[in-house]
Structure formats: C-alpha cells, structure tokens
Design a protein around this ligand. Structure first.
Ligand SMILES: Nc1ncnc2c1ncn2[C@@H]1O[C@H](COP(=O)(O)OP(=O)(O)OP(=O)(O)O)[C@@H](O)[C@H]1O
Ligand SMILES: [Mg+2]
Length: 355
C-alpha cells in the first residue's frame, strides 16, 4: 500500500506562563492512500495538536513544531512556506474542526466561502462554482440550498454550520481529510448521514481520512486502523480488529471501557480511568501512564517503554510486552464491553468466536 502521509517523530510545544507545555512528544505514524486512521485518546492527549501540526495551523507563538517531519506525498510540510501551505490546504488537505466557527468566516456568505475554493483551486467559473456550492450544500444535508447559499454563518444553526464546514472541506476533493470530532455537536441521525457522506467520498475519490473521535461506534464503523494517544504520545497502534480484539496497552484497555458509543445503550457500564493525565509542562520520566496503571512495574516509573511489535501492523509501548514481564489479561469488564459492542456493528469479528 502506498503511503500518503508519514509523520516522523513530531514534537509540538506551547510556551505558557506555567512553563513549556509538551503537547506532542515524538509522534510517528503513517496514513496509506484511501484508508481511514482513527486517533483516540483522553482529552488533552494531543489529538487536535497533532492534526493542527499536519495542517501547519499551530498558533505560533505560543506554539511551535519543535522537531520532526510531516511527509505528504514525500514532501516535508514542516519546511513549506506559509504561502505554499495555503495552496496545499486549499487543494490537497481538507480539515473539519471540532468548532465550526474557527474555520467559517463570519463576514462572508457561506456559498461564497465554498465558491472561493472552487474558483481559486479548481479554476471553476463563477456560475459553475455557484452551482457546485449549492450541490455540495445539498450533499451535506442542508435543505433549501439555493437560499442557504446566500446566507451568512450566523444565519445557520450549529449543526448547519458544521455541515457547511464539511462542504467547504469537500469542495477541493482533498487527498487527505482531517476530521476532528466533526459530528460531536450533531444529533445521531445527522451524524450517521455525515459519516456516510465521508465514506462515499472516500470510495469515489480514494481520499485518506484521519478521524479524531471519542466514539467507539464511529471507530468501528469508519476506521481501518487506530492510533491510541496518551500524554502526547502514541501508545498503541493497530488495525481496528487488532485494537478491539487484542488490545495490549493497559491504557487502551481503560479507554475501551470508558469510551461511549452513541448508537448503543451501554452508557451505564462506562468506567472512567481512575486518576488523571500527567502535567505536560513536566512530563514524567518513565511510562507516563504508570501512576494510573494497576499493572505498573518498577521499570514503568523509571524507563520509557519502547514500541514493541506484535504484528506488522500492531505496536504498543508497554513494558508488559517485554518477554520477561508477567502475563496479564485485559480485565473482564473490558472484554465484556467489547463483546457487547460487537453485536452492534456490521463488522463481523470484533471478538473471537471462542469467547
Ligand atoms: N494554544 C495552546 N496553548 C497552550 N497549550 C495548548 C494550546 N493548545 C493545546 N494546548 C495543550 O496541548 C495539549 C494537547 O491538547 P489537544 O487539544 O491536542 O488535546 P486533544 O487530545 O485534542 O483533547 P480533546 O479530546 O479535549 O479535544 C493539552 O495539554 C493542551 O492544554
Ligand atoms: Mg481535540
């Protein structure tokens, strides 16, 4: 499979009054052409900062890409000028944010904002761009698009703004679409529609997608692979089946037991991971998860675990994978939740037949 994006040893930090916040601490991963990578992790783990770095949208100052490479089609985005990045954002990489108001221009009609992309980057005529803008608004489920195309963002409801932003991101037929919790604010039906829409686009155009979500159902239905982030690092990475079937990092176990799934009724069973993430102005020296890890060994507090390889696609950074470590199993509650979730999805095999 061909790699579209390859992030190597990315480090991003922010200068604050409290000191330097090490938000992303040496993250490496890749995204193949046409595939969807889900990034999951507790709040503050660095998911949004990682995606903003790919788009080169880290506010500088206070933020800075301190180290690493972001290879897109083999070219390092870290080295691009702002002008080159503007071109790449309009043509090759689209982004859907958590908060639509951060990317919609409040002083410009929604239709015009879609048309700009089409006129500037796809060299469409004004009339063709307007027609396509209406079509895109209809595509993302906005009713009366002929009227809405002439309205400003403040005339749209929250859900409609979200959809308008998706229309803008799709306008350029991007090779890579980064979706940062794009459906959190929407009701379940609209969410499902938007996800379908993104899948359609992917099928038609071979788009690669990075999908940041807190919803396990979305991961199961959308993703090919999953990266699990904790305290600014990827702690486990694998195909969806590997992560759901055979998770290896105790943090992944906790996360799988704590993440909601909107299309399921098991909210009562969710168990938050006890404790809280470390202070990223002063990251701990061993495994950052050690103080919250019921299986932590002495080495976890002293030395950072390497990425252990489980298969060609499955890696995890936990000392439990060291050949000399005691063998431990995910807690029964985690296994139970995964068994239950598996009955909700089309994907046939989230849990082994024998269980
Ligand atoms: N502009 C900023 N200034 C200072 N610190 C920042 C800034 N932006 C992000 N951070 C810090 O970087 C860390 C990672 O934040 P990030 O937004 O990537 O988390 P996240 O995984 O996206 O969380 P969530 O699930 O809540 O969206 C956090 O500690 C956050 O406080
Ligand atoms: Mg975020």
């Amino acid at each position: 499979m061909e790699k579209l994006l390859e992030v190597k040893n990315l480090e991003v930090s922010f200068q604050t009054y409290g000191g330097e916040v090490h938000a992303v601490r040496g993250v490496s991963f890749h995204v193949n052409k046409g595939e969807t990578l889900a990034i999951v992790g507790e709040s503050g783990s660095g998911k949004s900062v990682t995606s903003q770095a790919i788009m080169r949208l880290i506010p500088t100052p206070p933020g800075k890409i301190k180290n690493g490479q972001i290879l897109f089609n083999g070219e390092d985005l870290v080295q691009k000028t702002d002008k080159e990045m503007e071109e790449i954002r309009g043509r090759d990489i689209g982004m859907i944010f958590q908060d639509p108001m951060t990317s919609l221009n409040p002083t410009m009609k929604v239709g015009r904002q879609i048309m700009e992309v089409l006129i500037k980057h796809q060299k469409m005529s004004h009339a063709a761009a307007k027609e396509r803008a209406i079509e895109l608004l209809r595509l993302v489920g906005i009713s009366m698009p002929e009227k809405r195309v002439n309205q400003y963002p403040h005339e749209f409801s929250g859900g409609m703004r979200q959809r308008a932003m998706i229309a803008i991101a799709l306008a350029s037929n991007p090779k890579l679409l980064i979706a940062d919790e794009p459906t959190t604010a929407l009701d379940v039906t609209i969410q499902a529609q938007i996800l379908e829409l993104m899948k359609d686009l992917q099928k038609k155009l071979g788009t690669s997608i990075i999908f940041i979500t807190h919803d396990l159902g979305v991961v199961a239905n959308m993703a090919d692979r999953v990266a699990v982030m904790y305290a600014g690092k990827i702690v486990e990475m694998g195909t969806v089946d590997e992560i759901f079937y055979d998770p290896r990092h105790p943090y992944t176990w906790g996360l799988l037991a704590s993440m909601p799934s909107l299309d399921s009724d098991d909210k009562k069973e969710l168990a938050a991971i006890p404790g809280s993430p470390p202070d990223l102005t002063n990251p701990p020296k061993g495994d950052a998860f050690a103080p919250r890890n019921p299986y932590a060994m002495r080495i976890d507090f002293e030395q950072e675990p390497p990425m252990f390889k489980i298969s060609d696609t499955h890696y995890a950074a936990t000392w439990l994978l060291h050949p000399d470590a005691p063998k431990v199993e995910p807690p029964e509650a985690v296994k139970k939740r995964l068994r239950k979730l598996s009955s909700n999805y089309e994907k046939p095999i989230l849990v082994k037949e024998s269980e």
